[in-house]
Design a protein around this ligand. Structure first.
Ligand code: OOG
Ligand code: MG
Length: 254
């Protein structure tokens, strides 16, 4: 337990000071349950500093992401209020190690999810859908990690921007997605890349969280996982996500 706490402290310090650290798996192999325990302990440290958990994100729900990072299991992490950037806002480059951006779809939870739900039930549990850009920033050197490493590191979660909330009737299936940086199209994809249907991300999340005795609260945001691989960010970049049906979302790196 003491050692898990020490790993959590290292990862939290790496995030807090924007300084890369070595992979856990290099010297201290931990299993997946330990990795989720380290994640929870590292988030406790953020909460102790005044941050609030406002949702969850999934990782590796698309082939593009699995192949880019070499991890082939779906994972989940926690989002805090400090990670949210208002659309049109600024991402401070000096607060991140080697940030990357990826296009996502987001849901807003309207009824507490404790235990697994089915795809047929999803609409009983959400009251909004929107588009999003997620900024990931692995705390590990060279953005390299094992499955357990990345879970312990809260799935590289570091920032996210949400579009305008839309009614749940808005289709999220089979939507064209484009991501532009400084006016140049750097990624194109389709929401079907996310588990065939992004709504399934909520089902997968509910199943995984059930195993860890965790619940999703009313008002929480869920990011379904990126539809394309991620792109490295640099100072001065203006990033825009364009989503069929869902609109646009953007931020600037300063
Ligand atoms: C891990 C996080 C994966 C996604 O959308 O698949 C993720 C990483 O790639 O660093 O956020
Ligand atoms: Mg993501």
């Amino acid at each position: 337990m003491k050692q898990l706490n020490a790993f959590a402290a290292d990862l939290d310090t790496a995030a807090h000071t924007a300084t890369a650290t070595t992979q856990l798996s290099d010297h201290n192999p931990v299993d997946l349950a330990d990795a989720y325990a380290i994640q929870a302990l590292s988030i406790d440290r953020r909460v102790d500093r005044g941050e609030r958990i406002i949702g969850y994100k999934l990782g590796f729900t698309s082939k593009a992401k699995m192949e880019q990072m070499g991890v082939h299991d779906i994972i989940w992490g926690r989002l805090t209020d400090k990670m949210e950037i208002i659309s049109g806002g600024v991402l401070r480059r000096d607060q991140f190690i080697h940030p990357r951006v990826e296009p996502e779809i987001a849901f807003r939870v309207s009824r507490r999810i404790e235990g697994a739900i089915s795809l047929e039930e999803v609409f009983d549990y959400i009251d909004g859908v929107t588009c999003s850009l997620e900024v990931i920033d692995s705390r590990y050197e060279n953005f390299k990690f094992s499955l357990e490493d990345v879970v312990a590191d809260n799935c590289s979660s570091s920032a996210f921007v949400l579009g305008k909330w839309l009614p749940v009737e808005t289709s999220v299936q089979n939507l064209a997605i484009a991501m532009n940086i400084n006016g140049e199209e750097v990624q194109t994809g389709n929401s079907a890349a996310i588990l065939g249907n992004p709504l399934d991300s909520l089902v997968q999340l509910s199943r995984m969280m059930e195993r860890y005795d965790a619940a999703i609260e009313v008002g929480d945001v869920v990011l379904a996982g990126a539809a394309t691989s991620a792109i490295a960010l640099k100072l001065g970049d203006r990033v825009e996500g364009q989503f069929e049906e869902l609109g646009t979302v953007n931020f600037t790196v300063a």
